[in-house]
Write a new protein. Structure first.
Length: 399
């Protein structure tokens, strides 16, 4: 171990959706891990062995590990100075104009300067705008700090983080071999394989991955709208195309493509290329336009002004409690202008005071929209029309 540190890892933002699963898996692999977070409520929950959000297999790990010295949670920034590896999970959001705002990572580094020590290894973990790693390195040099910096992007899907941290290869990038080896020594404890890239390549790779998924969803949504406008069932067409045909095995179905990463990272990539990204911008128009398309078709079929519409699912994806950037809320806003009444429900979402119990929504709604394909909605017994773009009920992907 470099110099003398009392902990192996401190995760800055350690009680969030990226940091906490990583901390659990590292601690389970034998590392001593400190979860540092400014969210006192989240820290208190973790200390009480209660997950602040839903993540498959996380509850059992937390309950077992928080009782050991391998995992601790704190709001004390001094904890940053105690660990060899400082994992930073502060992301790079986009602003109201969909332009990247890379200042948050640099502000986090600035706020930690009093705690950071020579000999430490900073791991940038969340998606960053290309060049942010270099900016962090430059800032540390400017204040005379001898601290290694690597960029090792997370690649997990919410709900599958524990499983995927242990099963997916880990991309590792740094300026020199010594820092690469430090990153490898850390992630080699949990990842089955390490993949090497240069720093800027790794920054782009993470953006490419999320952008590729966003473009795929846009293609599926555009094809769905074409079939739907001609009264045809896209689900049947897609199933026929995929049957025993490997080249289309990964063709996604239609649905509300949202969440805190895909649109954001597509726009970051567009900005990086001087907004010369026609495919990315077209994908945004298609995916962000799907709620309006759905409502427009509903208006064509139903007298919405006289109807109570129930929206089933407010999380941005199935079996998740995460409502960040969920298009269900865009759908809700559109319907509130057009329907007599809108009732929303979700079995997982937290912090939304405008949610109704599912039985009440089913009892009062004249028309239902499945906005998030939670599995429990597949078994609902309804006597009113259901708009089901996801084909969760098996009645065909039509609006």
């Amino acid at each position: 171990m470099h110099m003398s540190f009392t902990r192996d890892v401190v995760i800055v933002g350690g009680c969030g959706r990226v940091g906490l699963p990583l901390g659990l898996v590292l601690a389970d692999a034998g590392c001593s891990v400190t979860l540092y977070d400014v969210d006192a409520n989240a820290v208190d929950r973790v200390r009480a062995a209660k997950m602040p959000f839903w993540e498959n297999h996380a509850d059992e790990l937390l309950e077992r590990l928080i009782e050991t010295d391998r995992l601790e949670a704190t709001v004390d920034p001094a904890s940053v100075s105690e660990a060899e590896h400082v994992v930073l999970v502060v992301g790079t959001p986009v602003d109201e104009h969909l332009n990247p705002d890379p200042k948050y990572v640099l502000l986090a580094i600035e706020g930690l300067l009093d705690q950071l020590r020579d000999g430490q290894h900073i791991v940038l973990r969340s998606t960053v705008y290309p060049g942010v790693t270099a900016a962090v390195e430059k800032r540390l040099r400017s204040v005379g700090r001898a601290i290694d910096v690597s960029f090792c992007p997370e690649r997990i899907a919410e709900g599958k983080a524990i499983e995927e941290l242990r099963s997916l290869p880990q991309i590792v990038s740094a300026r020199n071999e010594a820092t690469v080896q430090r990153a490898e020594s850390l992630f080699g404890r949990i990842a089955p394989a390490i993949v090497h890239l240069d720093v800027e390549e790794a920054e782009l790779a993470k953006l490419f991955a999320n952008t590729w998924r966003y473009i795929q969803f846009a293609a599926a949504n555009q094809l769905f709208m074409i079939a739907n406008d001609f009264g045809l069932d896209f689900g049947r067409i897609r199933a026929a195309l995929k049957q025993d045909y490997p080249r289309l095995a990964g063709m996604p179905g239609p649905g509300l493509a949202a969440g805190p990463c895909l649109l954001k990272d597509t726009m970051q990539l567009a900005a990086f290329n001087n907004n010369n990204f026609t495919l990315g911008h077209a994908s945004m128009m298609i995916n962000e336009g799907l709620p309006l398309y759905i409502v427009s078709r509903m208006e064509h079929e139903y007298d919405l002004a006289e109807m109570t519409v129930g929206i089933l699912g407010m999380a941005f994806k199935a079996e998740s409690d995460d409502t960040r950037s969920s298009l269900s809320y865009k759908l809700k806003r559109l319907l509130r202008f057009r329907a007599a009444r809108v009732l929303c429900t979700d079995p997982y979402a937290q912090g939304d005071n405008d949610l109704w119990p599912l039985p009440d929504v089913l009892a009062q709604a004249d028309l239902l929209v499945i906005a998030t394909p939670h599995r429990r909605y597949a078994d609902i017994d309804v006597s009113v029309p259901v708009v089901d773009v996801w084909d969760l009920l098996g009645n065909g992907e039509r609006v």
